[in-house]
Design a protein around this ligand. Structure first.
Ligand SMILES: Cc1cc2nc3c(=O)[nH]c(=O)nc-3n(C[C@H](O)[C@H](O)[C@H](O)COP(=O)(O)OP(=O)(O)OC[C@H]3O[C@@H](n4cnc5c(N)ncnc54)[C@H](O)[C@@H]3O)c2cc1C
Length: 568
């Protein structure tokens, strides 16, 4: 069941306490509680997702981006992005970011996963070994409009009996036929049947975490009513975990969580087996730092007693820059009637609100040409030659900065393989204070070069004959923005993060001198504590993060179960 106060919990005896009911947390708690011998507590800072309409209706996604279901974080000023301080979106609700993301469903590449296996020296992370985990998580579903899916995805590589819903777009846009025509006109954008094959280069139909027209989140899927009925699974919402503490002083056996609604009402609960941190790539390192696990000098300078030295906590922050350039069109399509769209969704679960406004019906994954000048001075940071550097998603709206008068298209551009790294740190001893987020995006030559090339690729895309009677001109950047310097300035002034934060508690080989967790996700050098969320990714996958997060969670649950059910 779901409880909203510690005093309401039916017990205080738990085998496992999972911290963070976001994307990974519900998956871990669900799988662990499959074993009726395990008492499992899942603690979430935000409220329950039940009855939160914008968390269900894909078309209402933007309503989730500020207000009660957001942590409302802001980065420190970013010198590489025009000195702007930018919102850093994080879901504050059961389901976490999976309850308000754009629902793109993407696995990363074969080479991405094989690189994780290589750096951790653990072959269980290779593509071949995680593919069954992806199929176990995925519940491929019919698109909302029940259109014929043949030729738009490859059924041989999908899971039909998993938990989280995934489907093709459920509502056509006026761009669809021109997008497909572009794949026939320009060799640079070849049509492929399915980008989730592990070799995604080309343009394919979008796949999103949507089932029967509604968002499928970790909360709607892994915490569905039939699972919440388990007597050994308790979910505590509206409660913040502030620190993890050793079970007895002087040891490094971190099995106590300190938690409460505010600094004056803190309690402690002990997990008899393990604590699992799934608070996400911003908050998992924050909790570790407040617990005295991190860079010793940094902790001491704040007056926090360092209990365990792990200098990599909060370092290696990785995210992918995103921008939506805009073109004016001569479309005569009337503006979206939002009232009618919501009514249709509520009556039939169909119509334009089955898609998020930042999602596209198509995705192109592309590489820089092999002879790009940047490779004369830079090693290719992609995981391999079949891994894309950029993602383009044609949008039938003006994107995030749409001008108000006129009709527009835009291109969602994500630069996938950044070399720049940032940090998550703290500057206060109060765990209720926000952490300091320094993204440091676009800080390298490779990154700005490739982001600029992604913008140029989107300009070539919309210059195909397929668009000649539709697109009028580029309005953002203005059509006369042609020099590389001016394009770079446009990118630095207008791009935002993809909200794909990862790497801040990165996995590494067991004997590595860096990293925060081993390949079994145990925090290095301590007992009783694992981290299971996007923060453990050693490199960002060339795609979106929710599927890899589910894989991390499913694999963690398998490892934890096997560690605690050994029969002698
Ligand atoms: C706006 C946006 C759009 C995105 N679009 C996509 C997309 O289209 N496709 C895709 O695949 N990925 C997308 N992503 C990324 C993806 O959703 C995330 O990477 C992923 O969901 C992160 O999962 P997580 O479990 O690591 O963290 P989260 O989902 O953030 O879960 C962490 C949870 O812990 C809770 N928590 C934090 N601190 C505490 C604490 N101290 N005590 C208790 N609870 C705590 C949080 O409230 C949250 O519920 C997007 C992300 C955002 C923000």
């Amino acid at each position: 069941g779901i409880y909203s106060d510690i005093s309401d919990l039916p017990t205080t005896n738990y085998d496992f306490i999972v911290v963070g009911g976001g994307t990974a947390g519900p998956a871990v708690a669900n799988r662990l509680s499959q074993n009726s011998q395990f008492q499992v507590l899942l603690v979430e800072a935000g409220p329950s997702n039940e009855d939160v309409l914008p968390a269900k209706v894909p078309g209402l996604m933007l309503e989730m981006f500020s207000g009660p279901y957001e942590w409302n974080y802001t980065t420190i000023p970013q010198p590489t992005m025009g000195q702007r301080s930018l919102p850093y979106l994080r879901g504050y609700i059961l389901g976490g970011c999976s309850a308000h993301n754009s629902m793109f469903w993407s696995r990363g590449t074969i080479e991405d996963w094989d690189r994780w296996a290589n750096v951790t020296e653990d072959p269980s992370w290779s593509w071949q070994n995680v593919l069954p985990v992806m199929l176990k998580n995925e519940h491929w579903s019919e698109p909302a409009d029940r259109h014929n899916q043949t030729g738009e995805f490859d059924p041989a590589i999908h899971g039909f009996h998993g938990i989280v819903g995934a489907s093709l777009p459920g509502y056509p846009t006026e761009l669809d036929s021109r997008v497909i025509q572009t794949t026939q006109e320009l060799d640079e954008f070849p049509y492929i049947i399915d980008y989730n094959s592990g070799t995604p280069i080309g343009l394919a139909w979008y796949q999103g975490s949507v089932k029967n027209g509604a968002r499928s989140s970790a909360a709607t899927a892994y915490l569905a009513p039939q699972y919440l009925q388990r007597s050994n699974l308790h979910v505590l919402v509206n409660t913040r975990v502030t620190r993890v503490l050793p079970a007895s002083s002087g040891t490094k056996d971190f099995r106590i969580v300190e938690l409460g609604k505010d600094a004056s009402s803190l309690a402690q609960l002990t997990a008899s087996k393990e604590v699992i941190l799934s608070a996400g790539a911003i908050n998992s390192p924050q909790i570790l730092l407040h617990s005295g696990i991190g860079d010793v000098a940094d902790l001491q300078s704040l007056g926090i007693t360092a209990l365990h030295s792990l200098p990599s906590v909060g370092k290696n922050f990785t995210d992918q820059p995103y921008i939506t350039p805009v073109w004016s069109t001569n479309s005569s399509k009337p503006p979206l009637n939002t009232t009618a769209a919501l009514e249709e969704w509520q009556q039939n679960r169909t119509g334009p609100y089955t898609m998020s406004p930042t999602a596209s019906n198509h995705i192109a994954f592309l590489r820089l040409p092999d002879n790009s000048t940047i490779f004369e001075t830079n090693v290719d940071p992609a995981a391999g030659p079949n891994t894309p550097h950029m993602e383009l998603t044609p949008l039938d709206n003006g994107g995030l900065n749409s001008p108000s008068n006129g009709t527009f298209v835009s291109m969602g551009i994500t630069f996938l393989t950044p070399t720049s790294r940032g940090t998550v740190t703290i500057n206060s001893t109060n765990p209720f204070d926000p952490p300091i987020i320094d993204m440091n995006l676009l800080a390298s030559d490779f990154d700005i070069f490739t982001f600029r090339e992604s913008l140029k690729a989107s300009q070539r895309f919309f210059s195909a004959p397929a668009w000649s009677d539709f697109i009028i001109e580029s309005v953002q950047p203005p059509a006369n923005t042609t020099t590389d310097n001016d394009l770079d300035e446009f990118l630095r002034q207008n791009s935002i993060p993809s909200s794909h934060a990862c790497g801040t508690c990165a996995m590494s080989a067991d004997d590595a001198q860096y990293g925060v967790v081993n390949s079994d996700l145990r925090v290095k050098g301590v007992t009783g504590l694992r981290v299971v969320d996007a923060s453990v990714m050693p490199f960002v996958p060339a795609g979106h993060l929710q599927v890899p997060v589910y894989v991390i969670a499913e694999k963690a649950a398998e490892m934890i179960k096997s560690d605690w059910t050994t029969t002698y």
